[in-house]
Every structure is written in structure tokens, then in C-alpha cells.
Design a protein around this ligand. Structure first.
Ligand SMILES: [Zn+2]
Length: 164
């Protein structure tokens, strides 16, 4: 088995920003990195869940809505994956995400938080979601990173991994 692409970047020096995680089958997976992995606290589950609802709602209503395939959190809780069709660059995604976060900061409630519309409708935290959004927005504007540092990883045998 080959090591999947997202495990071949060095997470110890990964900074908040927007990265191209992978391009395959006509899709680009963007790594919207919100916190510095292993150096800052990860986003709390309830905040990340609210951010997922809000970002998915915004992206699927945005000017890019026809190209949005998927919006969802990373298992490590340090960022969000956005999968797009079409030819989007990190700078395009930076502009879209800035617009998205500005909208998130104005919201008074999280969409689709009923037992019928969400699989864990009590796991939400809008104030902390907006705190994370404010900090990420500031970083996207003033301290932007978009270049991965490669890491050499060798696995002993055929373990199976899967990512987004
Ligand atoms: Zn939900």
C-alpha cells in the first residue's frame, strides 16, 4: 500500500491557512487549516460541528455552489475539507472562505439543528464557533500559509488508510 497523500506532509510545522490536499478524478480537495496541529488546541467538537453546518450552508449557496462537492471537518479537528470541481486555486478559496467567515460572524443561529435535520443536534456551540471563525479570518487576511512541507513516511507493511 502507498502512503496516502495527506499523511506525507509534515504536520509539525503546518500553519493555519489553505492548502491543496490532493487533486484527483477531477476533484480538488482543499485543506482549510484552522489551527496549528499539535501546537494549538484543536477546535472543540461542538464548535467544529456548528462551523460545518454554517460553512456547508454558505458554500452551497455561494457563487461557487455548482462546483462544491463536499464540506466537512477533519478527524483531527484542526481543519475543514472542501472538495471542489473546476479550476480553483488556493487564492480563489481564500477569497471564498473570507467571504464565508464574514457571513458566519453575522449569524445568530446555526442552521439545521433539529433532531430531524442533524445527527447530533445538541452538539453545537455558536459563540465558540464564531471565536474560531474570527481568529481564522484574521489569519487568512494577515498571516496566510499555503505551502506544505513534505514528510518522508514509510510504512512497514500493507496497512489500509482512507481519507476524504
Ligand atoms: Zn449536524
Amino acid at each position: 500500500m502507498e502512503v496516502i497523500q495527506s499523511f506525507t506532509i509534515d504536520h509539525t510545522c503546518l500553519n493555519p491557512g489553505i492548502y491543496v490536499s490532493r487533486i484527483d478524478k477531477g476533484f480538488t480537495t482543499f485543506d482549510l487549516r484552522i489551527t496549528a496541529p499539535n501546537r494549538e488546541p484543536a477546535v472543540a467538537p461542538a464548535s467544529m460541528h456548528s462551523l460545518e453546518h454554517l460553512m456547508a450552508t454558505w458554500f452551497r449557496n455561494s457563487s461557487a455552489k455548482d462546483d462544491v462537492v463536499y464540506v466537512g471537518p477533519m478527524g483531527c479537528m484542526t481543519g475543514m475539507y472542501v472538495i471542489m470541481t473546476g479550476n480553483y486555486t488556493v487564492e480563489d478559496m481564500r477569497s471564498l472562505t473570507i467571504e464565508c467567515l464574514e457571513w458566519v460572524l453575522k449569524q445568530k443561529e446555526v442552521p439545521a439543528t433539529t433532531p430531524a435535520t442533524c445527527g447530533n443536534y445538541l452538539l453545537h456551540d455558536l459563540p465558540m464557533c464564531q471565536w474560531e471563525s474570527r481568529r481564522y479570518l484574521d489569519r487568512l487576511r494577515n498571516d496566510f500559509h499555503s505551502e506544505y512541507t513534505p514528510l518522508q513516511v514509510s510504512l512497514p507493511d500493507g496497512k489500509v488508510f482512507a481519507d476524504a
